[in-house]
Design a protein around this ligand. Structure first.
Ligand code: TXA
Ligand code: MG
Length: 436
């Protein structure tokens, strides 16, 4: 067994919030370094570790926290798979700080990544010009042909002939890449199968003892991963919904007919829960997640939950509810039964966690009796950006409380916005998808 590592969290809030302003990354870094701030020291330490060790470093991006490694070194990239315990047949996204760095990947002078390699020609297929101009830096990953004699470690591409790349909007992420002077391969910094991390504490929870350093830039603004698009296929396709929505993409030249190239289970919603374990788990907390489709009638949802809780096979004592747009007024799930300790009103805009108790006739254990189930209510608000931002945190918070089931109120995902990403992640997390 490998020895446990001591994991340090170093704050970089100011750098992440301030950004370079009108300066270049190089000028910004020169100024920060000369000021000798603790945050500059944290960046220098992280960059050194990324360049010289095979232990990945966790850092904030605008989407989720990434677990970064030098994308040009096999041993370093293998370190990501080890820390996450992720199967290595899944290609990783490469993060660059600039178009210049991307051109250096596309025009390798030799097999070694070199600062001096000339960017002689633009190797980026023309279809990407419009989306790069509009969305970079930002939560959009594009698929490019991996050039002959590529500098990228084969573990990044899982031996595919293409690679995925993005330039993050987070100024801190770009600064770290700049100072490291290497493209960084970075999947989300969670343990494989767990919800993606949107705070440094989430990363610590999953990976402490496995990595040395977590850079803490505060909570991520987007909350779901980047949209992955393939412009090499005709028509171009969205391979993963994310921070950039379908409608925004369609407004770009060459992307008017972009198609959905991913599958989620929106087309085969089951009336009854699927057998647990039938699905590959992803984005999943320990608790069982039951996702209600948005068209579900809230009154039927309340009935469904109540029945579930009365069912001896379910036997959950602590329940989590993640609600979005319509469940607020129906959350008096105990209406008509014994008194509730709190009555719910309109959904709050800020996610706070409330506890109320619900008396349920439950045959759990030996004989039927009325027990008080603890219900933790996590309102995400109704705005799609707020829902995306808070989603993974809600699942993780409820998990840390120890709830056994989480009921989630789905949202309509046909608006062409972030809602497709929200529902895609929820469908992957859910063991059961229900229309009540
Ligand atoms: O927002 C994000 O993109 C986050 C943050 C940390 O930047 N990163 C992230 O990376 O989600 P990762 O490595 O977990 O994303 C991998 C996904 C794959 O599951 C696949 O969907 C897509 O990116 N991908 C990567 N390379 C690909 C390729 N060559 N062809 C098709 N899809 C690819
Ligand atoms: Mg991930």
């Amino acid at each position: 067994m490998s020895t446990k590592r001591t994991t340090q969290i170093l704050p970089v809030h100011a750098l992440n919030a301030e950004g370079p302003g009108t300066k270049t990354l190089a000028q910004w870094w020169a100024d920060e370094r000369s000021r000798g701030t603790p945050e500059a020291a944290a960046v220098a330490k992280a960059a050194e570790a990324l360049r010289t060790t095979d232990i990945p470093v966790a850092f904030p991006t605008e989407t989720v926290y990434g677990l970064g490694a030098d994308a040009t070194r096999s041993d370093a990239v293998q370190g990501i798979y080890k820390a996450k315990q992720r199967p290595s047949d899944n290609p990783l996204i490469v993060h660059v700080d600039s178009m210049d760095m991307l051109q250096r990947i596309l025009n390798p002078a030799d097999e070694k990544y070199s600062l001096t390699a000339a960017s002689e020609q633009d190797m980026i297929p023309p279809i990407y010009r419009s989306v790069i101009a509009k969305f970079w830096p930002g939560p959009l990953t594009i698929i490019l042909p991996n050039p002959p004699h590529s500098v990228l470690a084969k573990e990044v591409t899982s031996n595919l002939s293409t690679f995925g790349v993005r330039m993050p909007a987070s100024p801190f992420a770009r600064l770290l890449i700049h100072v490291t002077d290497r493209p960084l391969a970075a999947p989300s910094a969670n343990a494989s199968t767990k919800p993606s991390p949107t705070t440094a504490q989430h990363v610590y929870h999953d990976l402490h003892g496995r990595i040395d350093l977590i850079l803490d830039g505060g909570p991520c603004g987007v909350g779901v991963e980047s949209t992955v698009v393939d412009g090499l296929s005709n028509p171009p396709a969205i391979l993963r919904p994310g921070g950039i929505g379908l409608e925004e993409l369609r407004q770009c030249q060459g992307w008017e007919n972009v198609v959905i190239g991913y599958r989620d289970s929106s087309l085969d919603v089951k009336e009854v829960p699927r057998a647990p374990g039938m699905k590959y788990r992803h984005y999943s907390p320990r608790a069982k997640v039951v996702l209600f489709e948005p068209e579900s009638d809230p009154a039927s949802v309340a009935n469904h939950i109540r029945k579930d809780l009365e069912n001896s096979a379910v036997c959950a004592h602590n329940i989590g509810i993640v609600r979005t747009r319509n469940w607020g007024k129906y959350l008096g799930l105990n209406a008509g039964h014994e008194s509730s300790e709190q009555t719910r009103e309109e959904p709050e805009t800020k996610a706070t966690l409330d506890l109320f108790k619900m008396p349920i006739e439950s045959p759990c254990g030996s004989s039927p009796k009325t027990i008080l189930k603890e219900v933790y209510d996590y309102p995400l608000g109704s705005d799609v950006e707020a829902i995306a931002r808070g989603l993974f945190s809600a699942l993780r918070t409820l998990d840390s409380i120890g709830v056994e089931i989480i009921y989630v109120e789905g949202i309509a995902d046909d608006e062409g916005d972030l809602s497709a990403a929200v529902m895609n992640r929820l469908r992957k997390a859910a063991e059961a998808e229900v229309k009540a």
